[in-house]
Every structure is written in C-alpha cells, then in structure tokens.
Design a protein around this ligand. Structure first.
Ligand code: 6PG
Length: 224
C-alpha cells in the first residue's frame, strides 16, 4: 500500500500544502474527517483563508478527547477556533459528543458514521507512531466492524478518547497525513517507509481503494 510522499522544507509550507487540499475538498462539497492535536491548527487557519465557502462540505473528526466542546483539550474547539469561525459553516458538522461518557460517545458516533462515505481524512502522527487515537499495539487496532470505538489515551492529555477505527479511516478515498518536526522523524520512517506493524499504528492506515499521501517537512522526513 504505497504512500505518496510530499516533502517540503518547512512546517509552514507543509501546512499550506495540506490547507490547499482541505480547501479544494471543502469547495467540492466533500466529506472531510479532521485531525486533532497541535500540528493541523496552522493548516486549518490557512484553509479558511484559501477558501471561505465550506457550506457544501460535511465535516467529521478522526478522534476526540472525552471532554466538553469548550474544553481547551477538545479537538472540536481546535477546529471551531482555527477553521469554522472563519468560513461559511459546513452543511454538516458531526461533532463527537465528548461531554458524554466514553462508551455512550463512541456508540453515538459509531451510529452516526454508519453509511457515511468519507472523501478525505486528515491525520496526524504521534512520536510513538499513533494516529487519531489508535495507539501502539492497542486492541482497538483489531476492530474490523465498528467505525468508532472508545479508547484510553497513552499520552497527554490523559483523558479517554473516541477514535475512528482503521476500517473507517481506510474507507476514505483520500487519506492525508500531515507531519512536521524532527521529533516525528523516527515515527515517520516507521509509518511511511517500514512494513505494516501494530507497534506503529499509522503504518496500518492506508486508503483501501483510493490514495494515501503524507505531507512532511524536511525535519520529519529525515528518516524516510
Ligand atoms: C489528537 C490527535 C492525535 C495527533 C497526534 C499528533 O487527538 O491528539 O488526533 O492523533 O494527531 O498526537 O499530535 P501533534 O500534532 O500535537 O503532534
């Protein structure tokens, strides 16, 4: 399962490359699953500048921390602040109800995802090789039927999470990783140049029938 590598010199250029792809998908009315964490914030800010009309898009989250939507740790809040506040609101915003208990939140999101067709999934990469909230050697990596499950975090913030499963992420026509920084170089080498390995969950996430790309800055691509 090949990955198209797009390596650019700086994190800002990586964010802009991802932003252009997000903006194009939004304008086309795509179903887009967004990533959390800190890396994509700049890409969301740029995407809002590139394309204001997100009205035809439907947006999802690849994962969410089980916290209320106004909690600083919320991936919904990240997207609201960096992207949604600056664009015409998407026709569908499928927020993961992080304020519920993890089981109820995962069940609700799993039901909501039933029948959904994802066009583009944006993913980050942790230094340990996790993506979304699919952590190394976790039992959630073996889930083949549900589209969303609850999981315990293995890194800050240590709150329960809800994550899309590998089959859900792989169902997207386009899987796009955005990875920057030298601290990701080892994980990126394992994720994009190594064999599929549950110790590096990102190495297991590829579009089943479409395309997978990874946009990286030079520092993150050092070991590929
Ligand atoms: C989250 C993300 C997570 C993130 C990686 C990288 O909820 O935190 O979904 O998978 O993409 O941990 O995070 P950074 O971009 O902050 O390095």
């Amino acid at each position: 399962m090949t990955v198209e590598l797009v390596v650019v010199p700086t994190a800002e250029e990586a964010a802009r490359e991802a932003a252009q792809r997000l903006a194009q998908a939004a304008f086309a009315g795509s179903a887009i699953a967004l990533a959390g964490g800190s890396t994509p914030r700049r890409a969301y800010e740029l995407a809002a500048q590139i394309e204001r009309d997100w009205s035809r898009a439907s947006i999802w989250w690849g994962d969410e921390r089980c916290v209320p939507p106004d909690d600083p740790r919320s991936n919904y809040l990240l997207v609201q602040e960096a992207l949604l506040a600056g664009v015409d609101r998407p026709r569908e915003v499928h927020r993961i109800p992080g304020e519920l208990d993890p089981t109820a939140a995962a069940d609700a999101y799993d039901r909501e995802l039933d029948g959904a067709e994802l066009d583009l999934v944006l993913l980050g990469l942790g230094p340990d090789g996790h993506t979304a909230s699919l952590f190394p050697n976790a039992p959630t990596l073996d889930e083949r039927f549900r589209r969303a499950v609850e999981t315990e975090a293995r890194l800050e913030p240590f709150v329960p999470r809800v994550t899309m499963t590998i089959p859900a992420l792989a169902s997207a026509a386009d899987v796009l990783f955005l990875v920057t920084g030298a601290e990701k170089a080892d994980a990126a080498g394992r994720a994009f140049a190594g064999a599929p390995d549950p110790a590096t969950p990102a190495s297991l996430v590829r579009s089943a029938e479409g395309k997978t790309a990874a946009v990286l800055d030079s520092a993150a691509a050092e070991r590929i």
